[in-house]
Design a binder for this molecule. Sequence first.
Ligand code: FMN
Length: 351
Amino acid sequence: MTNYKKLFEPTKLEALNLNTRTAMAPMTRCFADDETGVVNDETADYYRRRAKDGIGLIITEGVVISDRAKGNPGVPGIYSREQIDAWKQVTSAVHEEGGTIIAQIWHVGRLSHPELIKGQQPQAPSAIAAEGQVPRFRKPYEVPEEMTKQDIKEVVGQYAQAAKNAIEAGFDGVEIHGAHGYLIDQFNSAFSNKRTDEYGGDLAQRLTFMKEVIAAVIDAIGAERVVIRFSPHKVDAPDYRWDDAEEAVKTFVEAFNEVGVKIIHPSMLNFYEDVKDGQNLYQIVRKYWDGPIIGVGSLTPESAERALEEGWIDVAAIGRPLISNPDYLQRINANESLVQYEPKTHLPQLI
Ligand SMILES: Cc1cc2nc3c(=O)[nH]c(=O)nc-3n(C[C@H](O)[C@H](O)[C@H](O)COP(=O)(O)O)c2cc1C
């Protein structure tokens, strides 16, 4: 008899059927062919193992929507024929195990370097360079090119096309990566968005680009298979927080309702962090959002079970422990200990 009744409960998020209330958090692994962005049978095996373990929803590593959207070597894409066809072996493997898998569609915006994107300049809402260096590449960020309205239109179209491609490749849906300081979040955040047109201004106004992306993706594949991920922290500013988390949540929720997105995935590094008056972010989100919420951030089986029991979230996403434990659910069900995630040992191998 499991100690984790809620975690092991089947559930349905709109069109997505989950065997358990668990998700594999999206995690970049850099194992695609660097030149072509094509995945291989090792990738299929990697995701198959988590589906076989019973993980309810697999959210892939970030998958780029164009060759200019890439920010690390070895990241897969979903915009060429070869890439789409190669993903079919991954989605089939997961479906053979009875799992559900969605592709995380990604554009890194300014968090890139010309050498990663075939000599092009990274694009962003404003011509402001991020601080620091490109991870796993070790070159400083450069000043990006400010996107014109035509560029914005083109990139919104690329998100929609990537979503259609994902469905063609056999995915059950997509997650739009609107978190962690990448392109959508660069529009969302005041320090990277200084625009004076309709894409800039106060928070509600800065969310315009995100709303256009969500609307285009929903139009392409239907709202019942679309998840939006968003976050206060950024990879280039991990300590960044909204001034007032409750006000920010209200503004985001208004934007989500306006475009009709149904499944949301707020991202925290630490789920239980106090973001306002003793409340965690998910408690606040739940006050304003009745629909499905995926939660994440250093969750243990115990703390995930509690978050589900409290009703703050509907599905618990697990990141690093699922890299080091492909048999995560089997282990916790049998009360066996988990293998500690070690970046140095676990990053270079697809286990
Ligand atoms: C190696 C690694 C790669 C990651 N890549 C992505 C990514 O591609 N997209 C994304 O939204 N988050 C990414 N994340 C963040 C995770 O999805 C997750 O939110 C984070 O690891 C916190 O969950 P955890 O404490 O259970 O690991 C990554 C995290 C790690 C450790």
